[in-house]
Write a protein that binds this ligand. Structure first.
Ligand SMILES: Nc1ncnc2c1ncn2[C@@H]1O[C@H](COP(=O)(O)OP(=O)(O)OP(=O)(O)O)[C@@H](O)[C@H]1O
Length: 236
């Protein structure tokens, strides 16, 4: 069966600085995959490359068998990639529901609509007419995830969704992941918290200095292997 996402030898540069050195990655249909790695390892650059925010002209990225490298971000979104950006980025003058509906513009066919998002995050129902920015950080994150889901992506990309949130809220947010995959949506999440990544993902890719330093099934990787791949050093 065709892979949902495939990159082959992906590279990325900021001027003379090379940030990615030949990243091979696959995501299967319906799979949850986590990218972990220290600050500056290239995780965000990799997601930016997938979504077209970083130039990938002439490279190999396939979404469900279709080449998407070098396409404009809106074309890649239409092809089925939606991103929950780091920092959430809600529209401050719009209500929760209006923020969600922005994601529905040009939506693909699929299981996600307003009703499904409110089922996923019931806390948002009572807040739907409030301005997005009047919500707690966790609720804003729920809106950002809902806004991406409502376009019915084949693959949902999440950049550090737990950043700046309290542990209890992070738990609430991550509880949504099995419900999202139950509707058939695959997820690629960037996560600095290794425990969280291993709990939620079928497979893990660890990045170090722009390269994949380790990959494998979460259930088969050891903490020691991950520490080595994450920091480049053994831990006691
Ligand atoms: N706009 C930019 N201009 C120049 N260099 C950049 C830019 N963005 C990122 N970099 C560099 O590219 C490398 C990879 O950064 P990237 O943000 O992808 O890493 P990351 O793993 O997502 O880290 P973090 O967790 O801190 O976001 C780093 O060395 C970073 O300094």
């Amino acid at each position: 069966m065709t892979k949902l996402l495939e990159t082959e030898g992906l590279t990325a540069h900021y001027g003379d600085f090379q940030a990615l050195f030949g990243v091979d990655m696959t995501v299967e249909h319906g799979e949850t995959v986590a990218i972990i790695g220290a600050n500056g390892a290239g995780k965000s650059t990799f997601l930016r490359s997938l979504t077209g925010l970083q130039s990938t002209k002439g490279q190999t990225i396939r979404l469900d068998g279709q080449p998407i490298a070098g396409l404009a971000p809106d074309k890649i979104h239409k092809a089925g990639l939606a991103m929950v950006p780091e920092g959430r980025r809600l529209f401050p003058s719009l209500s929760v529901e209006e923020n969600l509906l922005i994601g529905a513009a040009g939506k693909r066919k699929g299981p996600w609509d307003l009703k499904a998002v409110y089922e996923l995050f019931p806390d948002l129902v009572a807040k739907k007419n409030n301005p997005g920015t009047a919500l707690s950080g966790g609720q804003q994150q729920m809106v950002a995830i809902g806004r991406a889901l409502i376009s019915n992506p084949k693959l949902l990309l999440c950049d550090e969704i737990s950043l700046g949130l309290a542990p209890k809220i992070i738990k609430d947010i991550y509880q949504a992941v099995p419900l999202i995959r139950a509707r058939g949506t695959a997820i690629l999440v960037v996560e600095q918290d290794v425990g969280q990544a291993m709990a939620v993902a079928d497979r893990i890719y660890c990045f170090m200095e722009g390269r994949v330093s380790l990959s494998g099934k979460s259930s088969e990787l050891t903490r020691a292997q991950i520490a080595q791949a994450y920091f480049g050093t053994e831990i006691a």
